[in-house]
Design a binder for this molecule. Sequence first.
Ligand code: NAP
Length: 263
Amino acid sequence: MPYLSPPPLALASTRLAGKVVLVTGASSGIGAAAVRRFAEEGATVVAAARRADRLADLSRELSDAGLAVSAVACDVRDEDSVAQAVATVVERHGRLDGAFNNAGVGGAHVPFTELSTEKFDQVIATNLRGVFLCIKHEIPAMLASGGGAIVNTSSIGGLVGGAQNGDYAASKWGLAGLTKCVALEYARRGIRVNAIAPGPTDSEMFGRWMNTEARREMIADAMPMNYIAHPDDMARAALFLLSEESRWTTGVILPCEGGASAD
Ligand SMILES: NC(=O)c1ccc[n+]([C@@H]2O[C@H](COP(=O)([O-])OP(=O)(O)OC[C@H]3O[C@@H](n4cnc5c(N)ncnc54)[C@H](OP(=O)(O)O)[C@@H]3O)[C@@H](O)[C@H]2O)c1
């Protein structure tokens, strides 16, 4: 039984034409797919992460293909680094219209009493506090640009509970609360704030956790749609929430998990 999704959809449009978009967690997986997708949809994209070599390769490849992509090094756990990344976008392109706050790390997947305080703090520092810092610095830049759209990456782990997932779930459920509160606060000031909640998606994080063929097939079998998502499937969901097509949608956590949270 194949466990990966079909190849990326061959649908094209220009839903982000004229928009300047920052993507965090852009050096691999869902973030790298989003950089590619958003740029193909007409956006000027700034790709952010810690691994500068990966970002350089991605932005070179896409720039060579005629797309508007550049890179900025950023550690979302460090407020100065986040502030500098947002400032770099505005210096380069004069505005910020969209942000995909996608950087994240996996949980420990250990019994609860074996979950160290250090690991819990690490997961919260990236997945929750990191998105808080991004939003904090993105909003002033978006207000100065006349409004914008923010999409955060939550998880199916932020929609349902799961054994041995307390650190990761706490970060992603917290992110849902953050998303809804900021959405309400800025709804009348032209900034929409939503999140996608991916289910199992073929990425480095997923590969580290599901590190054998047998485990990957087991997860695919457990999915209602019987396969693991392609990162581009998540990029397309984020694209919808960033684009004007969702102009009446804010404060939503969009399940993108093949039906896994439906029952
Ligand atoms: N794959 C799944 O099954 C799945 C399911 C639900 C939710 N998600 C969520 O999807 C998002 C993307 O993950 P992925 O699956 O695409 O995994 P991935 O391939 O491991 O990508 C994670 C990205 O986050 C970046 N990152 C991690 N810590 C960072 C930090 N401190 N500062 C800046 N960037 C940082 C990494 O870049 P550097 O290491 O270069 O900094 C990398 O680009 C995460 O928020 C994850 O929780 C994934």
